[in-house]
Design a protein around this ligand. Structure first.
Ligand code: PSU
Ligand code: MN
Length: 305
Protein backbone atom coordinates (compact mmCIF):
# COMPACT_ATOMS: atom_id res chain seq x y z
CA UNK A 1 0.00 0.00 0.00
CA UNK A 2 2.70 2.48 1.03
CA UNK A 3 4.67 1.64 -2.14
CA UNK A 4 1.97 3.45 -4.04
CA UNK A 5 3.10 6.70 -2.41
CA UNK A 6 6.66 6.26 -1.23
CA UNK A 7 9.78 5.75 -3.34
CA UNK A 8 12.85 4.65 -1.38
CA UNK A 9 16.28 5.16 -2.95
CA UNK A 10 18.01 1.76 -3.48
CA UNK A 11 20.88 2.37 -1.05
CA UNK A 12 18.42 3.41 1.66
CA UNK A 13 16.25 0.39 0.96
CA UNK A 14 19.26 -1.86 1.25
CA UNK A 15 20.26 -0.29 4.57
CA UNK A 16 16.71 -0.71 5.86
CA UNK A 17 16.73 -4.38 4.89
CA UNK A 18 20.16 -5.04 6.38
CA UNK A 19 19.51 -2.95 9.49
CA UNK A 20 22.54 -0.73 8.93
CA UNK A 21 22.62 2.92 10.11
CA UNK A 22 20.61 5.57 8.27
CA UNK A 23 20.22 9.27 9.05
CA UNK A 24 17.15 11.14 7.79
CA UNK A 25 17.53 14.76 6.66
CA UNK A 26 14.74 17.27 6.06
CA UNK A 27 14.02 19.40 2.99
CA UNK A 28 12.27 22.48 4.43
CA UNK A 29 15.69 23.61 5.57
CA UNK A 30 16.69 23.43 1.86
CA UNK A 31 13.64 25.03 0.23
CA UNK A 32 12.68 27.51 2.97
CA UNK A 33 15.46 27.70 5.55
CA UNK A 34 18.43 28.84 3.46
CA UNK A 35 18.92 30.74 0.18
CA UNK A 36 20.19 29.16 -3.06
CA UNK A 37 22.93 28.05 -3.70
CA UNK A 38 24.13 27.68 -0.09
CA UNK A 39 21.06 25.55 0.67
CA UNK A 40 22.18 22.95 -1.88
CA UNK A 41 25.77 23.15 -0.68
CA UNK A 42 24.58 22.55 2.88
CA UNK A 43 22.37 19.61 1.82
CA UNK A 44 25.17 17.94 -0.15
CA UNK A 45 27.74 18.49 2.59
CA UNK A 46 25.30 17.03 5.12
CA UNK A 47 24.92 13.88 3.02
CA UNK A 48 28.69 13.61 2.68
CA UNK A 49 29.20 13.96 6.45
CA UNK A 50 26.66 11.18 7.09
CA UNK A 51 28.62 8.89 4.76
CA UNK A 52 31.98 9.84 6.26
CA UNK A 53 30.61 8.78 9.62
CA UNK A 54 29.46 5.36 8.48
CA UNK A 55 25.75 5.84 7.84
CA UNK A 56 23.51 6.25 4.78
CA UNK A 57 21.84 9.65 4.28
CA UNK A 58 18.13 9.83 3.43
CA UNK A 59 16.98 13.32 2.58
CA UNK A 60 13.19 13.30 2.47
CA UNK A 61 10.96 15.38 0.18
CA UNK A 62 7.82 15.15 -1.94
CA UNK A 63 8.45 15.53 -5.67
CA UNK A 64 5.54 15.49 -8.05
CA UNK A 65 3.36 13.81 -5.45
CA UNK A 66 5.87 11.03 -4.72
CA UNK A 67 7.26 10.83 -1.20
CA UNK A 68 10.98 10.34 -1.76
CA UNK A 69 13.17 8.77 0.89
CA UNK A 70 16.69 9.55 -0.28
CA UNK A 71 17.32 12.14 -2.98
CA UNK A 72 19.96 12.13 -5.71
CA UNK A 73 22.06 15.26 -6.45
CA UNK A 74 19.71 16.38 -9.18
CA UNK A 75 16.75 16.20 -6.81
CA UNK A 76 18.68 18.09 -4.13
CA UNK A 77 19.36 20.83 -6.71
CA UNK A 78 15.70 20.83 -7.66
CA UNK A 79 14.57 21.29 -4.04
CA UNK A 80 17.06 24.11 -3.60
CA UNK A 81 16.42 25.99 -6.85
CA UNK A 82 12.73 25.69 -7.52
CA UNK A 83 10.58 28.58 -6.38
CA UNK A 84 7.24 28.00 -4.76
CA UNK A 85 7.73 24.50 -3.34
CA UNK A 86 5.14 24.09 -0.60
CA UNK A 87 6.23 23.73 2.99
CA UNK A 88 4.68 20.41 3.88
CA UNK A 89 3.65 19.88 7.45
CA UNK A 90 1.48 16.97 8.64
CA UNK A 91 -1.77 18.64 7.63
CA UNK A 92 -0.45 19.23 4.07
CA UNK A 93 0.80 15.70 3.30
CA UNK A 94 -2.31 14.10 1.86
CA UNK A 95 -3.27 17.04 -0.36
CA UNK A 96 0.27 17.55 -1.72
CA UNK A 97 0.64 13.85 -2.53
CA UNK A 98 -2.85 13.45 -4.03
CA UNK A 99 -2.53 16.62 -6.13
CA UNK A 100 0.93 15.50 -7.32
CA UNK A 101 2.65 18.64 -6.06
CA UNK A 102 6.12 19.24 -4.66
CA UNK A 103 6.57 19.57 -0.92
CA UNK A 104 9.51 20.31 1.36
CA UNK A 105 9.23 18.25 4.52
CA UNK A 106 9.49 19.95 7.91
CA UNK A 107 10.78 18.29 11.06
CA UNK A 108 7.25 16.99 11.64
CA UNK A 109 6.82 15.39 8.22
CA UNK A 110 10.41 14.16 7.97
CA UNK A 111 9.76 12.32 11.24
CA UNK A 112 6.41 11.09 9.99
CA UNK A 113 7.91 9.62 6.81
CA UNK A 114 10.92 8.23 8.71
CA UNK A 115 8.49 6.52 11.05
CA UNK A 116 6.55 5.04 8.14
CA UNK A 117 9.63 3.42 6.59
CA UNK A 118 11.51 2.60 9.81
CA UNK A 119 14.30 5.22 9.98
CA UNK A 120 14.96 6.05 13.63
CA UNK A 121 17.54 8.87 13.60
CA UNK A 122 17.14 12.31 12.04
CA UNK A 123 19.46 15.33 12.01
CA UNK A 124 18.41 18.92 11.44
CA UNK A 125 19.26 22.50 12.47
CA UNK A 126 16.56 23.52 14.90
CA UNK A 127 13.13 22.22 15.78
CA UNK A 128 9.97 24.30 15.59
CA UNK A 129 8.24 25.10 18.85
CA UNK A 130 5.82 27.31 20.69
CA UNK A 131 6.00 30.74 19.11
CA UNK A 132 6.24 33.81 21.27
CA UNK A 133 2.78 35.12 21.98
CA UNK A 134 1.22 31.73 21.23
CA UNK A 135 -1.25 32.54 23.99
CA UNK A 136 -2.94 34.74 21.39
CA UNK A 137 -1.94 33.25 18.04
CA UNK A 138 -2.12 29.54 18.98
CA UNK A 139 1.00 29.16 16.80
CA UNK A 140 2.60 25.97 18.05
CA UNK A 141 4.69 24.01 15.53
CA UNK A 142 3.37 20.60 14.50
CA UNK A 143 6.96 19.43 15.16
CA UNK A 144 6.15 19.19 18.87
CA UNK A 145 3.10 17.00 18.39
CA UNK A 146 5.08 14.77 16.03
CA UNK A 147 7.77 14.41 18.68
CA UNK A 148 5.01 13.34 21.04
CA UNK A 149 3.82 10.56 18.73
CA UNK A 150 6.48 9.33 16.32
CA UNK A 151 9.40 7.10 17.25
CA UNK A 152 12.30 9.07 15.81
CA UNK A 153 15.25 10.68 17.59
CA UNK A 154 15.93 14.25 16.43
CA UNK A 155 19.40 15.71 16.76
CA UNK A 156 19.24 19.51 16.66
CA UNK A 157 20.96 22.61 18.04
CA UNK A 158 17.98 23.38 20.26
CA UNK A 159 15.49 25.96 19.09
CA UNK A 160 15.83 29.59 18.10
CA UNK A 161 14.71 32.33 20.34
CA UNK A 162 12.32 33.47 17.61
CA UNK A 163 10.34 30.96 19.74
CA UNK A 164 9.37 30.92 23.37
CA UNK A 165 11.95 28.38 24.57
CA UNK A 166 10.44 28.02 28.03
CA UNK A 167 6.98 27.19 26.68
CA UNK A 168 8.48 24.87 24.07
CA UNK A 169 10.18 22.86 26.81
CA UNK A 170 6.96 22.82 28.89
CA UNK A 171 5.06 21.46 25.91
CA UNK A 172 7.64 18.72 25.36
CA UNK A 173 7.44 17.80 29.03
CA UNK A 174 3.65 17.48 28.88
CA UNK A 175 3.98 15.26 25.83
CA UNK A 176 6.58 13.05 27.48
CA UNK A 177 9.42 13.89 25.11
CA UNK A 178 12.87 13.57 26.73
CA UNK A 179 15.25 16.43 26.01
CA UNK A 180 18.87 15.30 26.25
CA UNK A 181 21.87 17.64 26.15
CA UNK A 182 24.87 16.37 24.22
CA UNK A 183 27.85 17.13 26.46
CA UNK A 184 25.90 19.95 28.12
CA UNK A 185 23.36 20.67 30.86
CA UNK A 186 22.06 23.71 28.98
CA UNK A 187 19.36 23.68 26.37
CA UNK A 188 21.06 25.39 23.44
CA UNK A 189 19.69 28.36 21.60
CA UNK A 190 20.68 27.56 18.01
CA UNK A 191 23.10 30.41 17.32
CA UNK A 192 24.34 30.38 20.90
CA UNK A 193 25.19 27.52 23.25
CA UNK A 194 22.90 28.51 26.09
CA UNK A 195 19.27 29.56 26.29
CA UNK A 196 18.99 30.06 30.02
CA UNK A 197 17.03 26.79 30.26
CA UNK A 198 18.33 23.38 31.25
CA UNK A 199 17.92 20.03 29.49
CA UNK A 200 16.36 17.09 31.30
CA UNK A 201 19.50 14.92 31.18
CA UNK A 202 23.04 15.40 30.03
CA UNK A 203 24.61 12.66 27.90
CA UNK A 204 28.27 12.39 27.09
CA UNK A 205 28.58 9.98 24.18
CA UNK A 206 26.74 8.69 21.12
CA UNK A 207 26.51 5.37 22.92
CA UNK A 208 24.70 6.92 25.86
CA UNK A 209 22.26 8.64 23.50
CA UNK A 210 21.59 5.40 21.63
CA UNK A 211 21.05 3.56 24.88
CA UNK A 212 18.40 6.01 26.13
CA UNK A 213 16.61 6.01 22.76
CA UNK A 214 16.61 2.21 22.65
CA UNK A 215 15.42 1.99 26.27
CA UNK A 216 12.55 4.40 25.63
CA UNK A 217 11.18 2.31 22.79
CA UNK A 218 11.89 -1.01 24.50
CA UNK A 219 9.63 0.26 27.26
CA UNK A 220 6.91 1.01 24.71
CA UNK A 221 7.17 4.71 25.47
CA UNK A 222 5.91 5.98 22.17
CA UNK A 223 7.31 9.14 20.60
CA UNK A 224 10.51 10.95 19.84
CA UNK A 225 13.59 12.05 21.69
CA UNK A 226 15.26 15.46 21.33
CA UNK A 227 19.04 15.41 21.43
CA UNK A 228 20.18 18.98 21.77
CA UNK A 229 23.70 19.51 20.47
CA UNK A 230 25.08 23.03 20.94
CA UNK A 231 26.77 24.93 18.12
CA UNK A 232 30.58 24.54 18.37
CA UNK A 233 32.13 27.40 20.36
CA UNK A 234 34.10 28.71 17.39
CA UNK A 235 30.93 29.29 15.35
CA UNK A 236 28.77 30.67 18.15
CA UNK A 237 27.31 34.14 17.55
CA UNK A 238 27.46 37.07 19.94
CA UNK A 239 24.38 36.80 22.16
CA UNK A 240 23.45 40.50 22.18
CA UNK A 241 24.00 40.88 18.46
CA UNK A 242 21.78 37.97 17.44
CA UNK A 243 19.16 38.76 20.09
CA UNK A 244 18.87 42.26 18.72
CA UNK A 245 18.45 40.92 15.17
CA UNK A 246 15.79 38.45 16.31
CA UNK A 247 13.84 41.20 18.06
CA UNK A 248 13.97 43.34 14.93
CA UNK A 249 12.81 40.43 12.77
CA UNK A 250 9.92 39.69 15.15
CA UNK A 251 8.86 43.36 15.10
CA UNK A 252 8.92 43.43 11.33
CA UNK A 253 6.87 40.21 11.09
CA UNK A 254 4.29 41.70 13.41
CA UNK A 255 4.16 44.95 11.47
CA UNK A 256 3.67 43.12 8.16
CA UNK A 257 1.14 40.73 9.65
CA UNK A 258 3.14 37.61 8.74
CA UNK A 259 1.28 34.56 10.04
CA UNK A 260 1.14 30.77 10.14
CA UNK A 261 3.53 28.67 8.07
CA UNK A 262 5.17 31.78 6.60
CA UNK A 263 6.41 32.91 10.00
CA UNK A 264 9.49 30.71 10.42
CA UNK A 265 10.86 31.14 6.85
CA UNK A 266 10.21 34.90 7.04
CA UNK A 267 12.13 35.26 10.30
CA UNK A 268 15.03 33.11 9.05
CA UNK A 269 15.38 35.12 5.85
CA UNK A 270 15.28 38.41 7.80
CA UNK A 271 18.00 37.23 10.16
CA UNK A 272 20.26 36.14 7.31
CA UNK A 273 19.85 39.52 5.71
CA UNK A 274 20.20 41.59 8.85
CA UNK A 275 23.38 39.77 9.96
CA UNK A 276 24.83 39.96 6.42
CA UNK A 277 25.01 36.20 6.17
CA UNK A 278 26.67 35.61 9.55
CA UNK A 279 23.63 33.79 10.90
CA UNK A 280 23.52 31.66 7.76
CA UNK A 281 27.18 30.68 8.14
CA UNK A 282 26.54 29.67 11.76
CA UNK A 283 23.42 27.82 10.69
CA UNK A 284 25.37 25.74 8.18
CA UNK A 285 28.09 24.88 10.70
CA UNK A 286 25.67 23.80 13.39
CA UNK A 287 23.83 21.58 10.92
CA UNK A 288 27.09 19.83 10.01
CA UNK A 289 27.85 19.31 13.68
CA UNK A 290 24.39 17.81 14.25
CA UNK A 291 24.70 15.56 11.22
CA UNK A 292 28.02 14.22 12.47
CA UNK A 293 26.72 13.42 15.96
CA UNK A 294 23.49 11.97 14.55
CA UNK A 295 25.50 9.62 12.33
CA UNK A 296 27.53 8.45 15.30
CA UNK A 297 24.35 7.93 17.33
CA UNK A 298 22.78 6.00 14.43
CA UNK A 299 25.85 3.72 14.27
CA UNK A 300 25.60 3.00 18.01
CA UNK A 301 21.85 2.54 17.84
CA UNK A 302 22.03 -0.09 15.11
CA UNK A 303 24.96 -1.84 16.77
CA UNK A 304 22.98 -2.26 19.98
CA UNK A 305 20.00 -3.81 18.21
N1 PSU B 1 14.08 26.20 12.47
C1 PSU B 1 15.22 26.52 11.84
N2 PSU B 1 15.35 26.30 10.50
C2 PSU B 1 14.34 25.73 9.77
C3 PSU B 1 13.15 25.37 10.47
C4 PSU B 1 13.06 25.61 11.80
O1 PSU B 1 16.12 27.03 12.47
O2 PSU B 1 14.49 25.55 8.56
C5 PSU B 1 12.04 24.68 9.71
C6 PSU B 1 12.00 23.19 10.06
O3 PSU B 1 11.64 22.48 8.89
C7 PSU B 1 10.86 23.11 11.05
C8 PSU B 1 9.95 24.18 10.54
O4 PSU B 1 10.22 21.86 11.10
O5 PSU B 1 10.79 25.22 10.11
C9 PSU B 1 8.97 24.66 11.58
O6 PSU B 1 8.04 25.49 10.99
P1 PSU B 1 6.72 25.87 11.78
O7 PSU B 1 7.18 26.79 12.87
O8 PSU B 1 5.86 26.57 10.76
O9 PSU B 1 6.13 24.61 12.27
MN1 MN C 1 3.24 27.54 12.95
Amino acid sequence: MLEKYISIKPEVKEALEKGTPIVALESTIISHGMPYPLNVESAKNSERIVRENGAVPATIAIINGVIKVGLNDEELDYMGKTKGIAKASRRDMAAIVAKKLDGATTVATTMLVSGLVGIRVFATGGIGGVHRNAQETFDISADLQELANTDVAVICAGAKSILDIGLTLEYLETQGVPVLGYKTEDFPNFYTRKSGYKVDYRIDSPEEAANIIRTKWDLNLKGGVVIANPIPVEYEMDYDYITDSIDKALDEAKKLGVKGKETTPFLLAKLHKDTEGKSLASNMKLVYNNVEIASKIACEFYKAK
